[in-house]
Design a protein around this ligand. Structure first.
Ligand SMILES: Nc1nc2c(ncn2[C@@H]2O[C@H](COP(=O)(O)OP(=O)(O)OP(=O)(O)O)[C@@H](O)[C@H]2O)c(=O)[nH]1
Length: 458
């Protein structure tokens, strides 16, 4: 029985399997989705289901709403945790938001909460190693990597583009006249395209004026005005935005990567290290994710592939000590850049946030103007959830920019807009695949043109 079925059964009460075992840790809570009908519902205090771990390979799914007492047990010994967590979100129609409870991570990594620690973890490391080995860093790839041509962007944004043009065509096919209903529908279309409620309202207001101003009446004219406005909007946002990477004027530049589990921190470091090495810079990596078994090995595989040294510490050692060793090595070796990979941390986990502050203090003590960048890595496939994460991280640490990964695997690329509009954080890099060259500097104009241009025949 899959998790989806299990949750459904938990709700309908068809299967009632209670257990006397006391849950060891609470793992995942799924919250109701914010839908187009409820755009201003940021506070959702009632979770729908709670997934708890009973034993290494047993999960229990409990409904948290209504009067149902039913619970369902689920054997997950053979299932990869990341897959379960993704399935939670994509398979359930009425449920989207998930959050891992702080208590879960304080004692064990998220993955440990959902998988069998032993074999599965080894498998995960092996898988990562294989994936990294598949990454070819030959000279020709390096050359491709430094190009930022639009074909790559177009390919990478394929899913977002397809979904956007479908939504747009559907919306315009209902066009009768420009009236309030039209703008209501436009608002809904924008919200569904993941541009965020706040942004959708703002945009719709601007578009109301723009359509009037340009006296657009026909379907074609209205469509053109709106699409052009969207392109302008993306581009304008970029005008005061500093999406460049900052480097120390002398001595090593330290770049810290933060973000929750599995968003793509290590992969991004691997890609960036290859890029900067190719540009002639001396790069070092520090494996400060001592929390998750396998994280260090994963970074080491990237280090080997990229031909850059990785500073590591013993398992479960203080990540700050790895950072210290990394900074010392960077100074001693006169490295240009030190990339620091941190543990996947929850934005609401106080201990881990303190750990991050400690790392920053150590860096600042050894290199006063560093870290030059604290890059928050967000997984675009999580849509609005990525935005929530960004808000919370921004409140608790000095994030200097965003890396938005996995744009190739999602139709939710519109999330770029609220990240910039509502958080005023520059998106510096976008991940468009798992290969070493699949990381591009974010360019708002190119992005908007790639997304809306085909509809305007640009
Ligand atoms: N399709 C796609 N996959 C990506 C991208 N970036 C990362 N990934 C994949 O996402 C998965 C997780 O990436 P990691 O780099 O291990 O993520 P992490 O944030 O370091 O994870 P933790 O170490 O658990 O905190 C891997 O399978 C990567 O290959 C991307 O831009 N596109």
């Amino acid at each position: 029985m899959g998790l989806f079925d299990a949750i459904k059964k938990a709700f309908t009460g068809d299967v009632v399997e209670s257990t006397n075992l006391k849950p060891k840790i609470e793992v995942v809570t799924l919250y109701p989705r914010i839908t187009a009908d409820t755009p201003f519902q940021p506070k959702i205090d009632k979770p729908l289901v709670k997934v708890e771990r009973l034993m290494p390979n047993k999960l229990q799914v409990k409904p948290m709403v209504g009067d149902l007492e039913s619970k369902v047990e689920l054997d997950v010994s053979a299932v990869n945790s990341a897959e379960i967590m993704k399935a939670d979100v994509s398979e359930l129609n009425e449920i989207e938001h998930k959050e891992v409870l702080p208590g879960a991570l304080a004692s064990e990594p998220i993955e440990a909460g959902l998988t069998d620690q032993g074999d599965d973890q080894d498998t995960a490391v092996e898988k990562s190693a294989i994936q990294a080995q598949e990454v070819v860093t030959s000279e020709s790839n390096m050359d491709e990597m430094t190009q930022t041509d639009e074909t790559d962007l177009d390919q990478g944004l394929h899913k977002t583009k397809k979904s956007w043009s479908q939504r747009w065509n559907e919306f315009m096919s209902n066009f009768r006249r420009v009236d309030e209903d039209f703008f209501d529908d436009l608002e809904e279309t924008l919200i569904k395209a993941d541009v965020g409620a706040e942004t959708a309202f703002k945009l719709t207001d601007e578009l109301r004026n723009e359509v009037k101003l340009q006296n657009a009446k026909s379907k074609e004219a209205v469509s053109k005005v709106i699409l052009q406005k969207l392109i302008d909007h993306y581009t304008e946002q970029g005008r005061d935005e500093d999406a460049s990477m900052h480097f120390a004027t002398s001595g090593p530049t330290v770049i810290l990567f933060v973000g929750v589990n599995g968003v793509g921190k290590t992969t991004t470091i691997g890609k960036l290290a290859a890029r900067y090495k190719h540009e002639g810079k001396k790069v070092l990596l520090a494996a400060a994710d001592t929390f998750r078994a396998g994280a260090t090995q994963q970074l080491q595989v990237w280090g080997e592939r990229d031909g850059v040294e990785v500073i590591v510490g013993p398992p479960k050692s203080d990540p700050a000590s790895v950072v210290y060793d990394g900074v010392k090595a960077a100074i001693a070796q006169e490295a240009d850049i030190l990339f620091v990979d941190t543990a996947g941390r929850l934005q609401n986990n106080v201990n881990l946030m303190q750990e991050l502050s400690k790392m920053k203090r150590i860096i600042e003590r050894e290199l006063p103007d560093q870290p030059a960048e604290v890059l928050l890595v967000l997984d675009s496939t999580t849509g609005q959830n990525a935005l929530q994460q960004a808000k919370l991280f921004k409140d608790s640490t000095d994030v200097t920019g965003i890396v938005l990964t996995k744009l190739d695997g999602t139709a939710k690329g519109g999330i770029v807009l609220p990240i910039r509009n509502e958080l005023h954080l520059p998106v510096k890099w976008i991940g468009l695949g798992e290969q070493v060259g699949d990381l591009k500097p974010f360019d708002a104009n190119d992005f908007a043109k790639s997304l809306f241009g085909p509809l305007l025949e640009l």
